[in-house]
Design a protein around this ligand. Structure first.
Ligand code: PGA
Length: 237
């Protein structure tokens, strides 16, 4: 059985209190389902403000969860007001989402910014979840990913999330066949790196993606805000 990555991207949602509620509501079912992290790795990406508390609650509730930051600064530590550096994230998370299309669109992040962020992520040996919405973005990051992987001797420690723009938050997912075709192309380009699909994933459609040969998991936005729906997604994946 291939290993799956199931990632919840909460985006700019949930206060600390709501984070705690989510984890409590999620914990019973998740612990009972006895999901082996070797088979299905569950990663939560709360906003920065909730990251530490989410980890604390997860430990207390004995949940086998891992954590991701939703973004990272292009800069090292220093005089960069408002930025959160990779070094700071390193204490809180193992993964970092880089290049999400909402940041590319709403905050004008271009390939140069994405590459600088990847650089920081690799420098601190975090694992990027690099979001791409088309093949050009894969090719553009190829050199960075490969050169940093060899420089820091980390092999295939990059997760790629293919998220076509039309599918994000629209309730209209891509077809599993088309997502799989992109997954195949990405692996041909970057090597045997895990490729996830993202865009309107629900508990109803998750299996249609995860059963495809070149898809290794899902990045879930809207449907991950409800703990019970997210639990069903993990179970059905
Ligand atoms: P969605 O978002 O599941 O709400 O479509 C996915 C994402 O943007 O990561």
């Amino acid at each position: 059985m291939k290993k799956l990555f199931i990632i919840a991207n909460w985006k700019s949602n949930k206060t600390i209190e709501e984070t705690e509620e989510w984890l409590h509501d999620f914990s019973d079912g998740f612990n009972k389902a006895n999901i082996k992290s070797e088979d299905k790795k569950t990663i939560i990406a709360p906003p920065f403000t909730s990251l530490e508390h989410a980890r604390y609650c997860s430990r207390n509730l004995k949940l086998s969860l891992e954590f991701a930051a939703q973004d990272v600064s292009t800069f090292n530590e220093g005089a960069y007001t408002g930025e959160v550096s990779a070094k700071q994230i390193k204490e809180l998370a193992d993964y970092v989402i880089v290049g999400h299309s909402e940041r590319r669109q709403n905050l004008g992040e271009d390939e140069d910014v994405v590459h600088k962020k990847l650089e920081q992520v690799f420098k601190y040996e975090l694992i990027p979840i690099l979001c791409v919405s088309n093949f050009d973005q894969v090719q553009s990051s190829k050199f960075k990913v490969q050169s940093y992987s060899s420089k820091f001797k980390v092999n295939n420690r990059v997760l790629i999330a293919y998220e076509p723009l039309f599918a994000i938050g629209s309730g209209k997912p891509d077809t599993p066949e088309s997502a799989d075709e992109m997954g195949k192309k990405i692996k041909e380009t970057l090597g045997e790196t895990p490729v996830l699909y993202g865009g309107s994933v629900t508990s109803e459609n998750v299996a249609s993606f995860t059963r495809m040969p070149h898809i290794d998991g899902v990045l879930v936005g809207g449907a991950s805000l409800d703990p019970l729906e997210f639990l069903e997604i993990i179970k059905n994946a």
